[in-house]
Design a protein around this ligand. Structure first.
Ligand code: HH2
Length: 293
């Protein structure tokens, strides 16, 4: 007798993101715009709204499929930002960016920011807290917004204090399955949900590398997978480089993630990531992908 086959939910073909539908037959690039004075990855370069807008427009020209803007740093040890300050940082930039031809995601944990952002045209909410705040599920149910549900153990202030797992992949996947179920039960359709293992959020370097190596195990969830390894400290541990010098390592990590099934990569260096993914695509589909010299 043949052993029973494990059946996975059929992979989705497209992700509905506000008024956009993004095909999942090729990897998508999410370009990061931190409107913060204290992000670990770019240290306040785009805190000024005009600079954030210029940067976002450049990321779109370089090939970003989605923009992710955030007004609160979540680096290890960071403190929360209050509601008014987060709105003051995010909303003026969002209101301009929604005029661009790509969906705009807002990186926030606060239900009030979610509501205001979606009303202003945000097509996606990226929540490192996976809609666990009271009211967060309600804030998004009944909207056309997509959502990224990310795994985090603890909270940014304390998450890197000695994290432990028996089987990091199984535990993170179980958490994401539970949060996806909570979202669908609240009325958020499955074709609007993305899940993310949360690299660097309550994980050691070894946990992060195990998650990346075994990323295929997340296919059992049957949901598009977002991976954010760009400039993260695990890449610093490997290369000995500071955050601004980690783009080559970030491109390598994005490529490895896509090869292991990531649908979306969240990156700071969009142009270099695009080139790397084009090389991967050309190798996998040798034919018409060769540009003229
Ligand atoms: N990482 C960061 C922030 N938001 N969202 C998702 N879904 N996945 C991630 O891996 C992720 C995220 C941290 O990176 P960054 O935005 O560059 O830094 P900071 O939080 O310091 O602004």
């Amino acid at each position: 007798m043949n052993p029973p086959r494990t059946s996975y939910p059929a992979p989705q073909r497209a992700l509905r993101v506000g008024r956009f539908s993004l095909g999942l037959d090729h990897p998508l690039i999410m370009g990061v715009v931190n409107i913060t004075p204290d992000s670990f990855s770019d240290g306040g370069r785009y805190f000024d709204p005009a600079r954030a807008l210029d940067h976002a427009r450049r990321l779109v020209e370089e090939g970003a499929d989605i923009l992710d803007i955030g007004g609160e740093s979540t680096r290890p040890g960071s403190l929360p930002v209050d509601l008014d300050e987060e709105l003051r940082r995010v909303m003026p930039v969002l209101e301009k960016l929604v005029l661009l031809p790509v969906p705009v995601s807002v990186d926030t944990c606060k239900p009030e920011v979610m509501r205001r952002a979606v009303d202003a045209g945000a097509a996606m909410i990226n929540d490192i807290n996976a809609l666990r705040a009271p009211d967060a599920l309600v804030a998004l149910a009944g909207t056309s917004s997509a959502v990224c549900l990310m795994h985090m153990r603890g909270e940014p202030r304390t998450m890197q204090q000695d994290p432990h797992y028996q089987d990091v992949v199984a535990e993170v996947a179980a958490y994401l399955a539970e949060r996806a179920q909570a979202a669908t039960q609240a009325g958020i359709a499955r074709d609007r949900i993305v899940v993310d293992p949360g690299f660097g959020f309550g994980k050691t370097a070894e946990h992060n590398l195990t998650l990346l190596r075994e990323l295929r195990r997340f296919e059992t969830l049957g949901l598009p997978l977002l991976v954010g390894l760009s400039r993260k400290s695990v890449l610093g541990r490997i290369t000995g480089r500071s955050a601004p010098e980690r783009d080559p390592a970030s491109v390598a990590a994005a490529l490895l993630a896509v090869q292991r099934g990531a649908a979306i990569v969240r990156v700071h260096d969009v142009a270099a990531t695009r080139d790397a993914l084009q090389v991967l695509n050309a190798v996998e589909n040798i034919s018409s992908h060769l540009a003229e010299d």
